[in-house]
Design a binder for this molecule. Structure first.
Ligand code: SF4
Ligand code: SF4
Length: 269
């Protein structure tokens, strides 16, 4: 029972669920999406910490939901992530960087992080880097909300589920499914564009094909992606599989996905 002399503000802050929004190494795109939609969350949550958006933050108190953007690419990212995990009931990885490692991971695929750092900031740079990795490589992640940036409707639906103590269902069926539901003409079949919708996780509502462009895989791989079938179709249409793979790698797709495709390419050459 709440004490009778507690002010309305104190009462609310003790009963309403709390959220924290953190950014590790990333472009802050997800933080912006959360900020833009915060008005819809405010009636239901208390924002305990959001350093990107407010100057007064509770850094050392437990929260109900922690949203974390960005990959672990620097030692202080890892320190923060471990602390965030220890204080959060639910941890939601938001955006492709947090879920797959995105361009930080893709960019370092063929080059060591240190050589990239020296090339960019000079040999005397005091910055320390780690190989870029997604959150799940270091801590338990309760919900993975991919996207570059995330879809606002998915963000609100995930938050609503967690506030009701349910882990949400996030689809990782291919973009093609959403594309068909929108009754789009297929740009792969009808325009011979190198659309990666068949191997990319849905969630964006097939945004690019809806406007006549090929999906380039920014949501990360879908559930059980049929890479060999994708490779066969694209090769039949005259596309270089190395180029196609580099697009998917750029958004952090793991190497293991391409093992069989790579073996086939080596066997043919
Ligand atoms: S346009 Fe792309 S996403 Fe849409 S159905 Fe064709 S291959 Fe799939
Ligand atoms: S269609 Fe593909 S590239 Fe475009 S937003 Fe969706 S997942 Fe990203």
């Amino acid at each position: 029972m709440l004490s009778s002399n507690m002010s309305k503000g104190q009462e609310r802050s003790q009963t309403i669920p709390s959220i924290a929004v953190h950014g590790l190494t990333g472009c802050a795109g997800e933080l912006l999406v959360i900020l833009e939609n915060l008005e819809q969350l405010i009636p239901y949550v208390r924002v305990a910490s959001f350093p990107f958006a407010q100057s007064s933050n509770e850094e050392d108190r437990p929260v109900d939901i922690a949203f974390v953007e960005g990959s672990v690419s620097q030692p202080h990212d890892l320190e923060r992530l471990l602390k965030i995990r220890a204080q959060a009931r639910w941890l939601v990885a938001v955006g492709n960087c947090a879920v797959w490692g995105c361009v930080q991971k893709g960019g370092c695929r063929n080059q060591s992080t240190v050589s990239l750092l020296h090339e960019t900031y000079g040999e005397d740079s005091p910055i320390e880097c780690l190989p870029a990795t997604p959150l799940q490589d270091h801590v338990r992640v309760d919900v993975k909300l991919s996207g570059c940036p995330i879809n606002a409707t998915q963000l609100l639906a995930v938050t609503a589920s967690l506030l009701r103590d349910h882990l949400p269902y996030i689809t990782s069926k291919p973009v093609c499914l959403e594309c068909k539901l929108r009754e789009n003409a297929c740009v792969l079949i009808e325009q011979n564009l190198p659309c990666l919708g068949p191997v990319t996780a849905g969630g964006c509502g097939a945004l690019c094909p809806t406007y006549g462009a090929a999906c380039y895989g920014c949501w990360g791989p879908c559930e059980q992606p049929q890479m060999e079938a994708m490779a066969t179709i694209l090769e039949e249409k005259g596309y270089d599989m190395q180029e196609v793979m580099s697009r998917l790698f750029a958004f952090g797709a793991p190497d293991e996905l391409f093992e069989r495709v790579k073996k086939n390419l080596t066997a043919k050459s």
